[in-house]
Structure formats: structure tokens, C-alpha cells
Design a protein. Structure first.
Lengths: 683, 511
């Protein structure tokens, strides 16, 4: 069931204010700047946690806009969407509502790396997000441009420490005050657009550039280190002008799997969904790129580009003589456009047209909107805590591309977590952290804050050490329970549902475990299973379910009395049985990392003069990165074990008595361990 | 790249410190904290000792004792020495005849079940017993500081002993690192590096297949290449593990290196020590260009003495290579004899000390900058050519330098007249004796046993790839990851970024 009906869009627009003077209050707990994927999740999460929240966006009708590709999820990214949903975020349900082509990528490669993905209808996605924000209690939406971020002078007792007090909008004299401000400005921070030889200021075509005041405050007043990154988007192609018979048809899955744990089906039925098309570049494409290089500012400035290939230019230059994939994706149910995934380009529009026409299916294609490149500033994310709060500025949180990431899902994940912590900060609750041992969101944030970025950061499953434990199927068990019990960002409705799922799965696993029979009885009951003769032990249902050809359904039909109550979980039980032995092996390593992560390092240590035995090199690394926990410190390059021992000796002796209220949670999880041990499902 | 030994040390350190913060009741509990693994190590020194002691700690100790001491029925009475034949648990080959002692938990050094094997001190016997222990299920070589850590967890150590834990771990890490460096610079090292390189590629290609093959063009042949690579690796590792020669023979002994500026008299010192003209001596600076190595016996302890090229910047290619080798040797050395021409020292003690300090810093390996204190126990300062100084200045220098703190032990000698040689030999003997008491220095057998255990894990993990190859790529990839982690304990840890580097180099991956 899809959980909500959309109210008509008009009523939404009526209820949001377009001018600050119309806003009921001039004070909020949390202000979110930006209405993209990070901003919308941040605002919704802050409000769920209980904060009076204001979302400020340049244009209300672009809230929830998909600026680039019309799709959500994929390998690695799909895991993030499942986790955002498990924490009651918005994008999973929006995807189920707006999706017009659902498929699970990597279907043949194992459930741990399945990539739930959907093509989206841009219009429907925006509608859902806007209506969701509207119906979120405690959340106000305001159209406006932020002129200035308001921060206090540095605290004389703690040099370099500022506190955020609010924002000031353009053309408004009165500031709006707040305890927390979340900046999710995407590519708008000193953004420039590139097409051919022309450049213009801005973060997205058709939108005004953001004010210079914001970057000034971040860089000059708060002294934050920034870097510059680049991205781009392909031209949009007129669908009717493409000869799709010359491209390979890729239909959606015959059965759509929703992103959200709350949904049993997607809004768009499989038979109504639209296909994607696959085609390839030709030598002609390479020729056009090479001939037009002198007309291409964005590429010429490619001094220190990323290791992957963000544009068709970089693809053919770095891997010449090959044919590259181009996906033609629908832009919406009724849209006349196609999105050519893989053809991001920045050359002049007439050359873009020449280029796409070198591909047979597009030999007569027309361009609706040309592609362009964007260069923008990001704030080096090692200056953030794992709560995504700027270490030097209390109450200031950053999420999304401003932290050097790329992708909707990466932005949404950070937005959600920044929203949670911004609200908790405003409500004087301690910060919460997600471990990389329990979630991809934790991997993402830990990678960002403890290692930083040199190219736009994108999630891959290979970044997660515990990939076989952090699966899309069990995101609810990993996060929904914690999200309700410890974080406060999950509704009790979702929580109750997750509790029921957990209990049923536990009962089912217990039933499977208690089904311990001799091999001969197994063979009699299930003649098809490949049971080895030599084994003289008594395999359980869990053991048998691990076999490649045994499904839970087959087993339930052999033992209906004890297994049939759990038919609705058949797929999850099968997955659990296959991965269980490996999760057990990983448990010790996971517990070790969690112990390290539970040992926090005070943020105000002066590493350079600390009276302990540390080499200068180690001191400089620690001083630069300021890891929040021992776990983060251990992952830094160049930190020796002895250095950590010495450091901890010092912290143990001096740090404990002055632990601050806003430090990260410590040791609590350990106290809960006995209970966790008894449950048979991974948390 | 982090040295392989870090991982375990790390875990030990962290574990211990966590325990330190918990209330005393927990601290004194005898239950081991989730350490189901049983560890073993040589706990006596090496060299010319009659008896070597090999110790185990953990639940599998009893099994090991039963299997290796032929005690099929009952364990021996606790804490009572028993003379037994010690056999290999699988091949039943008799390795030695020695004493075994059984210390059931909690009355043992670590609070866990412990066994001590008192065996004959020859390297062959020690190696055989260590490798036999490694073949018992659930047993692995101990990481640096691990016995101590377990003892601490069990509340068996006093606070003062714990205070030194950081330094202990540092010392053991360093010793293991030097040992590993020595081993990795040879043929065996090249073999392991080659395996590591191939495994990295395998993993990168499997990961590329998982993360990108749905969107990007990942050639069909990629997985087949991985398949054949994994097969080859398995076969090579199996052959290597079965090879009775156990790789190249490493010379046992404390590694002592003579280093210093040109013409300080390093080669003369070598010749004096080994009482024969092993190295060419001349007044021409830069005479020694390669490493000259001699095995020596100092007061009953085996040492491997190396003379190296004088450290200076030289335009000569051959000499430059010699200097590079010299620095490499210092890095790998257990003990470095820094030779200084004392005729070049200022008569003012403070100035002389400052000169010596600067000199030492220039000799130290760069990544091993002193962590506030100079590692004096690994250096001896030899002031040569004392015959060139007037008697009065000699005594003043000797007296005053001894009072300067932070300098290694100082010996004033003359290789020309043998003046001061006896005193120097006494100091050298005591240093070598201390080093030999440390079971980690100079004993390649221990490193070999550790490497073998990691290789076996690596080999086993590759089987997981094969098992899941057609069922579940995530689990198959897990096998390659585990294999690389195990091998990484020898060749250095491999991070996710390094794998991504290979992926992006080999495949065109879009936005």
C-alpha cells in the first residue's frame, strides 16, 4: 500500500509564504538553506525529531527538483535509499510514488549487492516531496535568498569557536534567528556554469547565483578551508527525434520492488512502466570531441580531474578507441524528452548536436536543452564532526554537495543525518553518530569527515567493509529500531511495523533452527535437495536453507505446520540463512570497531603541545584532522599504534572528568550488549 | 602503506585501554573478553641458550598439549613439569624431548589456560615446534604485547606494569617491523609482493564487476581473468606452503650495523672486531661502497655484523647506491654502532654533544624520528681514533659526554692501538645480551611462523571465492577481500582507495 494521498499542489503553494514578513515567527530551532535532496531530507528529519524548522529555498517550485538524472538508487546508492527510508526519510517513498521504471540491478550477484533503482517522473517526484514537506508538522517553507549567515564573534575562552545565531535574507532587514542552521547549497557556492567558451555565475541553469555573502562568511569569518570541484549534465533530447528501433530495449522488472519498507507495491504498475534504451558511442563521437577541444573551456581547465570520467569528453580522451555506453532514459510519464546518461558534455550547443548525431539512434535527434558544466566550491569535510556539524562553529551543519559529494542519494543521506543532529543540538540533546559498521550512511559520513575528498565522493558498495552485513534487505532492522529508540527521527507507526518484522523474523529463524533432522529424514521430506551421504550430523532448517537450490517456499511446503506462518518473509529468510555464517565471522571485527568508535577524543586537545610521546608527524596529522573517536584515528594514514596508546593514556587520565554534554555517545551500546546478544538478528 | 604488524598491535592496544577505563570489578574478572583465539610465541630469548620456552594461552592450549605431548587421556597435574616426547600433531613426527607444564585457568600468567614447552634451544627445534603449534586448529602466533594484554585483562598485572604497555608495544612493533623489513627485502618478499599485487587486481576487477557492470561497459572477460588468476594463486600458495625448504634460509643473529661518516674508521672497527682484515681499509674517503657482512660471536651470542659505506652526498653513482644500502641497513638493524672520528670533535663537551646529536639524527631512518626521546638502546656511540687526542682531553671528553643525557652509551676507542677496546666489548656484549633476551630480535623463525599462518588464511579465503563464484558475487568477493587482508598482514594493509584506483585506471567509469 502506498501510504498517502497527495493533496493538490495548489494548496501547498497557498500555504507557504513568499516573503519573510509573512512568516509567523522570526525564530526557529533549525533553519535549512536549500531545497534539494539534502535540504528536503534535512528539514523533514529536523521536524520529525521535534524542532521548529524553517526551510528557505530560492524558488519554491524547484523544491524536490531532480537537477540532473531522472533516477534514484542503483548499486550502492540503492542501499543509501533503503537506509534513508529506514530512518523515516522522504526519498524512498517519493521514489515509489514517482517511479516509472523499477529494476533491481545486480540481481544475479547476490542480495548484499542488489541495487534497487527507479527511473523517475520529474513532475511526480517534485509533487510528492513538496506535499510531504507541507504535511510535516513543525515545518515552514519560505521562498527567499539568504544574504548572510549570522555567527557570533569567536568565544574568548575557546579561540576560534563561533556559534551560529541565524540568517538574514536578501531584501529583509530583520534577521531570522535559530539555534542550528543547515547549509545545503549544492553547487551554488561560488558556482560557475560552463558551456563552450562562455561561463556565467550560477549553480544550475535557469536559477540565480547565490549570494556572495554566504561564501564570504564561510571562508573569511569562519576560516573554513574550501576546494573546487566540477560536475556536468548532458543535453536533453527530444524523444520523437530519436530512432529508438536502433537502440537496445531494456524493460523494467516484471515485478516492481518498492524502495520503502512501508510500501508493498509501487504506484506505477509494471505493465504501465516505460522502458530504457541502451546505445553506444561511435568513432565519430571521439572525433567530434577531439576537434572541438579548443572550444571547450570546462575541459581545458581539467587540471586535476577525478579518477572516474564525469563527461563524454573525459571518457573518449582517457579511454580512446572504445565504444562507451549511452543509456536513453525517460524523463517522465508524459515527458517528450529523453535523458542520455553517459553524454554529459560542455562544448558549444552546435557541437553538442553534431556529437549526438554521430550515434546511429540519434542521427536526426534534436536537442531540447544543451548540456553544461558546473564548477563550485565545497567545504573540506574533515572540518566537520560525524554529526556533520562544523567543528569550529556550534550549530552550523553542512550537507550534500557542499561537502564534496555527488549524487542525490549521498546528499539525501547527509541531509537526513544533519537534520537529525541540528534538531538535537537545538533541543539540547546529545549528538548521535552512525557507525560504518551498521550503515552505508555511516560509511559515507566517516569517509568524508575522517579522510576528506579529492574528487566528488560517490558511494560504491566496495567502500563498505561489512557489505555482506549491510544489506538492502535488512536496513530496517539495522536502523529503524535505533532511529526510534535512540535518535528520535522515526514515527511510532514505522517503529511498530519494524518491531513486528523483527519479532516474526526471530520466530521464523528459531523455527528453522529447531528443525534439526537427520539427513535421511531431510531427504524423505525434500527429495530434491543435494544432501551428502557422509554427514552424520543433524542439519537444521537454517543449514538446508543455505543450499543454492532450496527456497523458503519449498521448505515451508514440506513443513507447513511450523513454517507457513512466515511465508511473507520468505525472501528475507532465505537471504538471512545464506549470509548468517559470514555475519557471524564479521561480528568480532564489527564489535572491535564499535568499541573504538565509542571512545571519543575531545575536540579541543592541543595536539601540537600535548605532553605525551608523539612524533611531530603524528601530531600534525591529528591536529589537521582532529578525529572524533579512536576509531576514526585508527583509520588515519600515518598514525602508529604506539601513538594511539600514548594518546589514549593521556586522554584517559585527564579527559574523563571534563566530558562535555555534546560529545558523542559513549559506552551505552556496550551496556546493552547482553540483550543484543540474545536476539538472533543483526542489529 | 602500514606495516603488517600494526593491525594486531592496534587491536591489542585498544582492547587494553578500553579495559582500563572500566570499573575494577570488571578488571579483576577472570573471564577472557571475547578472545576465543589461542596464541603462541617463543617467550625465551635466542642465541646460545640450552633451553627455549614456547608458551601458549587460550582455550586450545589443552588440545595442543594433549596432541603434542602424547597425552591422550588426561592432562598432567597443574603446574608440574613432565618430561615428554614432543610430536607434530598431524605427522606424529617426534620433534624434541622436553618438559611440558600445564597451567589451567585462572592460575596462569594470562589467567587463561596456558601451556609451556621447555625444549632444546636450537633454531631447528624451535621452528618445528612453532610450526606444529600453528597447525593446531584455533591457534595462531601472538601479536606484539598480546600475552601481556591478556594478563592485564585478567587482572594479573599491576598498574606500574601497565604503564609501560605503550612503550612495550612500541618496542615490539618496531622489532617486528625491522624483522619484517629484513625478510621482505629478499626473494620471499618479492614473491609476497607479487601475490599481493595480483590479488589487488583480482579484487579490483571483482569490485568493478559488482559496482559498475550494470551501468558501464565492463568487458565480459573480466571475471574469467579473475578466475584463472585465483586458480594460479591458489596453486602457487599451496606449493609454497608445502615446500619443506620453507623459503629462503635467513641467517639468525642480532643484526649489528656499523654506520657513520666517511673515514671515521668503520671498516677498521669491523676488522678489529672480527680479528681479520674482512674489509678493505684505506685513508681514502669512500673506500667501502657496499655492505660487508660478517657473522660473529660476542660472548656466546650470535651477531651479524655489517660494515657500510660512509654516509655522504656523492656524485658517484656506485657510492650513492652504497649510501642507500647503508641507510637501509640502519633501518633494519637491531643495534647500530655509530662511529665518529673524535679528532673532529670540539674540546667543549656541550658543543661536542650537539655535534653528535645532529650526527645521530642524520643517520636515523627518516620515518623513525624520535618520539621525543632518542632510542638510545638501539645505538652505541663509538668515538674512534682516540690515539690522536692528548690524554687529558680524552679523559675530559669521556667524563663529560657520559653526563649528557639523551645520548646513547659512549665508548672511546682506538682501532689503531686497541685502546679502550676491552671496555667497548663489555658494553657491546651487554647490549647484545639484552637484545638476545628479546625473543623478537634476530629470530627469523618467529616471523616465518607468523607469515605462514597468514598465508594459510589467505589460501583458505581464496577457496571461498571458488565456492561462491557462481552463487553469490558478494560472498565470493568477500573471499578475495579476506585473502588480501591476510596477505596484507605481511605485505602491508590495502585500503579501499587503492582498489578504487585500480578500478578507475582499468575501466571507464562515468559519473
Amino acid at each position: 500500500m502506498l501510504t498517502k494521498k497527495l493533496p493538490p499542489l495548489q494548496s501547498f503553494l497557498v500555504q507557504v509564504s513568499r516573503r519573510a514578513s509573512h512568516v509567523a515567527r522570526q525564530q526557529y530551532d533549525v533553519i535549512v538553506v536549500g531545497g534539494g535532496h539534502a535540504g528536503t531530507e534535512a528539514a523533514a528529519a529536523a521536524a520529525r525529531v521535534g524542532a521548529q524548522t524553517l526551510l528557505v529555498s530560492q524558488k519554491i517550485h524547484t523544491i524536490g527538483a531532480l537537477s540532473c538524472n531522472p533516477s534514484l538508487g542503483g548499486v550502492g546508492k540503492g542501499q543509501l535509499v533503503k537506509e534513508i527510508d529506514a530512518l523515516d526519510g522522504v526519498c524512498g517513498r517519493a521514489g515509489d510514488w514517482a517511479g516509472i521504471h523499477f529494476s533491481i540491478l545486480n540481481r544475479s550477484k547476490g542480495p548484499a549487492v542488489w541495487g534497487p533503482r527507479a527511473q523517475l517522473d520529474r513532475q511526480r517526484y517534485r509533487e510528492f516531496i513538496q506535499s510531504e514537506l507541507l504535511s510535516t508538522p513543525r515545518l515552514t517553507v519560505l521562498e527567499g535568498s539568504v544574504e548572510e549567515l549570522l555567527v557570533t564573534e569567536p568565544n574568548p575562552e575557546e579561540p576560534g569557536q563561533h556559534r551560529v545565531t541565524g540568517i538574514r535574507l536578501a531584501n529583509e532587514s530583520h534577521p531570522i534567528s535559530a539555534s542550528s542552521v543547515i547549509l545545503t547549497t549544492g553547487t551554488f557556492l561560488s558556482g560557475s556554469l560552463f558551456m563552450g567558451q562562455t561561463t556565467s555565475p550560477g549553480g544550475r541553469i535557469g536559477d540565480a547565483p547565490s549570494s556572495a555573502g554566504l561564501s564570504h562568511t564561510l571562508r573569511e569569518r569562519l576560516g573554513l578551508r574550501t576546494g573546487r570541484l566540477r560536475t556536468g549534465t548532458p543535453p536533453r533530447i527530444v524523444k520523437d527525434s530519436v530512432d529508438l528501433s536502433l537502440a537496445q530495449l531494456h524493460p523494467p522488472d516484471s515485478h516492481s520492488t518498492p524502495f520503502s519498507f512501508l510500501n508493498t507495491h509501487t504506484r506505477c504498475k509494471p505493465e504501465e512502466q516505460l522502458p530504457c534504451y541502451l546505445t553506444y558511442t561511435t568513432p565519430g563521437v571521439e572525433r567530434v570531441v577531439k576537434e572541438s577541444l579548443h572550444l571547450n573551456c570546462h575541459i581545458q581547465q581539467d587540471t586535476k580531474g577525478p579518477r572516474y570520467c564525469p563527461s563524454i569528453e573525459s571518457r573518449v580522451l582517457r579511454f580512446p578507441g572504445r565504444s562507451h555506453r549511452v543509456w536513453l532514459e525517460p524523463e517522465g510519464m508524459t515527458s517528450d524528452l529523453l535523458y542520455p546518461q553517459g553524454l554529459s558534455m560542455t562544448m558549444p550547443p552546435d557541437v553538442q548536436l553534431r556529437l549526438i548525431r554521430e550515434i546511429p539512434a540519434m542521427h536526426r535527434a534534436e536537442i531540447h536543452t544543451p548540456g553544461y558544466g558546473v564548477q563550485y566550491d565545497f567545504v573540506c569535510p574533515t572540518q566537520l564532526s560525524p554529526a556533520l556539524q562544523v567543528k569550529s562553529t556550534q550549530g552550523l551543519f553542512l550537507a550534500g554537495q557542499i561537502n564534496g559529494t555527488t549524487g542525490y542519494e549521498e546528499a539525501a543521506a547527509q541531509g537526513l543525518w544533519a537534520g537529525v543532529n541540528a534538531a538535537r543540538w537545538a533541543l539540547s540533546m546529545p549528538a548521535v553518530a552512525l557507525s560504518r559498521t551498521e550503515s552505508y550512511i555511516g560509511v559515507l559520513i566517516d569517509d568524508l569527515v575522517s579522510r576528506g575528498v579529492t574528487e566528488p565522493y560517490r558511494m560504491f558498495t566496495s567502500r563498505a567493509e561489512f557489505r555482506t552485513t549491510l544489506r538492502p534487505d535488512n536496513a530496517d532492522l539495522r536502523l529503524t529500531l535505533k532511529g526510534f529508540e535512540e535518535v528520535g527521527c522515526v514515527s511510532s507507526f514505522r517503529y511498530q511495523k519494524a518491531v513486528r518484522v523483527r519479532d516474526s523474523l526471530q520466530d521464523a529463524l528459531a523455527a528453522l533452527q529447531s528443525l534439526a533432522l537427520s539427513p535421511s529424514i531431510w531427504r524423505k521430506k525434500m527429495p530434491d535437495i543435494p544432501m551428502s551421504e557422509t554427514k552424520n550430523n543433524v542439519p537444521t532448517g537454517m543449514d538446508i536453507l543455505q543450499y543454492n537450490d532450496v527456497s523458503f517456499e519449498t521448505m515451508a511446503s514440506a513443513f507447513p505446520e511450523c513454517l507457513s506462518p512466515y511465508m511473507e518473509f520468505s525472501q528475507r529468510l532465505k537471504i538471512e540463512a545464506v549470509y548468517r555464517p559470514h555475519s557471524e565471522q564479521q561480528r568480532k571485527e564489527i564489535e572491535r570497531i564499535q568499541r573504538e568508535e565509542n571512545m571519543s577524543l575531545p575536540q579541543d586537545i592541543d595536539y601540537l603541545s600535548l605532553p605525551v610521546s608523539l612524533s611531530q608527524e603524528v601530531r600534525e596529522i591529528l591536529d589537521r584532522v582532529r578525529p572524533s573517536t579512536l576509531g576514526a584515528a585508527t583509520r588515519l594514514q600515518g598514525i602508529t599504534p604506539a601513538a594511539v596508546v600514548h594518546l589514549l593514556n593521556y586522554v584517559r587520565h585527564t579527559g574523563q572528568k571534563e566530558r562535555r554534554p555534546h560529545r558523542y555517545r559513549t559506552d551505552q551500546r556496550e551496556d546493552e550488549e547482553p540483550r543484543a546478544r540474545n536476539t538472533s538478528l543483526p542489529r | 602503506m602500514q606495516p603488517s604488524v600494526y593491525h594486531g598491535v592496534w587491536r591489542a592496544a585498544v582492547h587494553t585501554l578500553r579495559t582500563r577505563g572500566t570499573p575494577p570489578c570488571r578488571l579483576l574478572s577472570t573471564a577472557p573478553l571475547a578472545d576465543a583465539e589461542t596464541i603462541f610465541a617463543l617467550s625465551s630469548g635466542h642465541g646460545r641458550c640450552g633451553v627455549a620456552v614456547v608458551r601458549t594461552s587460550g582455550p586450545a592450549s589443552a588440545t595442543a598439549l594433549k596432541h603434542m605431548a602424547g597425552l591422550t587421556r588426561n592432562l598432567p597435574p597443574p603446574r608440574t613439569a613432565l618430561l615428554r616426547s614432543i610430536t607434530h600433531p598431524q605427522s606424529k613426527e617426534v620433534l624434541d624431548r622436553g618438559l611440558v607444564l600445564w597451567f589451567p585457568a585462572p592460575h596462569s600468567f594470562t589467567g587463561e589456560d596456558c601451556v609451556e614447552f621447555h625444549i632444546h634451544g636450537g633454531p631447528a627445534v624451535i621452528t618445528a615446534v612453532l610450526q606444529a603449534l600453528g597447525s593446531v586448529a584455533g591457534m595462531r602466533p601472538a601479536d606484539a604485547g598480546e600475552f601481556t594484554r591478556r594478563a592485564f585483562q585478567a587482572g594479573k598485572l599491576g598498574l606500574t606494569e601497565v604503564e609501560g604497555l605503550g612503550d612495550l608495544i612500541h618496542a615490539e612493533t618496531e622489532a617486528q617491523r625491522r624483522q619484517a623489513l629484513r625478510q621482505m627485502s629478499g626473494e620471499l618478499g618479492r614473491l609476497y609482493q607479487d601475490w599481493s599485487h595480483r590479488l589487488k587486481r583480482c579484487l579490483a576487477h571483482v569490485e568493478a564487476f559488482i559496482d559498475f557492470s550494470e551501468d558501464e561497459l565492463i568487458e565480459d572477460g573480466v571475471l574469467n581473468q579473475v578466475d584463472s588468476s585465483v586458480c594460479d594463486l591458489q596453486a602457487e600458495m599451496e606449493r609454497h606452503l608445502k615446500d619443506e625448504r620453507r623459503g629462503e634460509r635467513l641467517r639468525s643473529g642480532v643484526q649489528v650495523v656499523i654506520a657513520g661518516a666517511t673515514n671515521a674508521g668503520k671498516s677498521s672497527l669491523l676488522n678489529t672486531l672480527c680479528q681479520r682484515p674482512a674489509a678493505i681499509v684505506s685513508p681514502i674517503a669512500g673506500t667501502t661502497r657496499d655492505v660487508v657482512e660478517t657473522a660473529l660471536d660476542i660472548g656466546g651470542f650470535p651477531i651479524l655484523l655489517s660494515d657500510t659505506a660512509g654516509l655522504r652526498d656523492s656524485p658517484d653513482l656506485v657510492e650513492r647506491e652504497g649510501v642507500r644500502r647503508a641507510r637501509e641497513r640502519v633501518e633494519q638493524a637491531d643495534l647500530t654502532l655509530v662511529v665518529v672520528d673524535c679528532a673532529q670533535l670540539s674540546s667543549d663537551a656541550q658543543q661536542a654533544a650537539a655535534f653528535i646529536r645532529g650526527h645521530l639524527t642524520s643517520i636515523l631512518p627518516t620515518q623513525e624520528q624520535p618520539e621525543t626521546v632518542f632510542p638510545t638502546d638501539r645505538f652505541l656511540l663509538v668515538l674512534n681514533k682516540s690515539d690522536l687526542l692528548p690524554e687529558e682531553q680524552k679523559q675530559k671528553l669521556d667524563r663529560e659526554l657520559r653526563c649528557v643525557s639523551g645520548l646513547p652509551p659512549v665508548c672511546l676507542i682506538s682501532c689503531h692501538t686497541n685502546e679502550g677496546l676491552q671496555d667497548f666489548l663489555t658494553v657491546l656484549h651487554s647490549s647484545v645480551k639484552t637484545l638476545c633476551g628479546d625473543p623478537l630480535s634476530g629470530a627469523p623463525t618467529l616471523t616465518q611462523a607468523r607469515h605462514r599462518a597468514h598465508l594459510q588464511q589467505c589460501f583458505a579465503a581464496l577457496a571461498q571465492y571458488q565456492r561462491y563464484r557462481d552463487m553469490d558475487m558478494a560472498l565470493a568477493a568477500e573471499g578475495v577481500r579476506l585473502a588480501l587482508t591476510s596477505l596484507g598482514r605481511i605485505t602491508g594493509r590495502v585500503g579501499a582507495e587503492e582498489i578504487l584506483d585500480i578500478i578507475f585506471k582499468d575501466f571507464c567509469i562515468g559519473k
